[in-house]
Design a protein around this ligand. Sequence first.
Ligand SMILES: [Zn+2]
Length: 131
Amino acid sequence: MAKHASRRSCPCGTGLPYDDCCGPLHRGDGAAPTAEALMRSRFSAFAVGDPGYLLRSWHSRTRPSRLRLDPAQRWTRLEIVDRTRGGLLDSTGTVAFRAHYRDAGQPGIVDEHSRFVREDGSWVYLDALPR
Ligand SMILES: [Zn+2]
């Protein structure tokens, strides 16, 4: 199980406590209402080390069979750069983001434009758009 001090602010950067933000999604106590919320919860899952949530929120067609997180990689900050659709009434959406990390002390950034779709009514990560 992922351990995280729940009253601390959520890793995704909303400023809300983890328990009022991505925590309930990770526990399965709710569904992300928008593609951006799902994106944020996936970043937080990397940050708190919850590969199970990452797999559950991945489209069944593109999901890897297993996922191992690198414990030396610490996810520190998420910037949402742009978004298209992905709202309450949409079934597709994209989110462009920059995810900041430190790997063995060295800073790095993942710069990605992700596609999200609804599968069985819930937002899931599909893939990254080609750059
Ligand atoms: Zn969050």
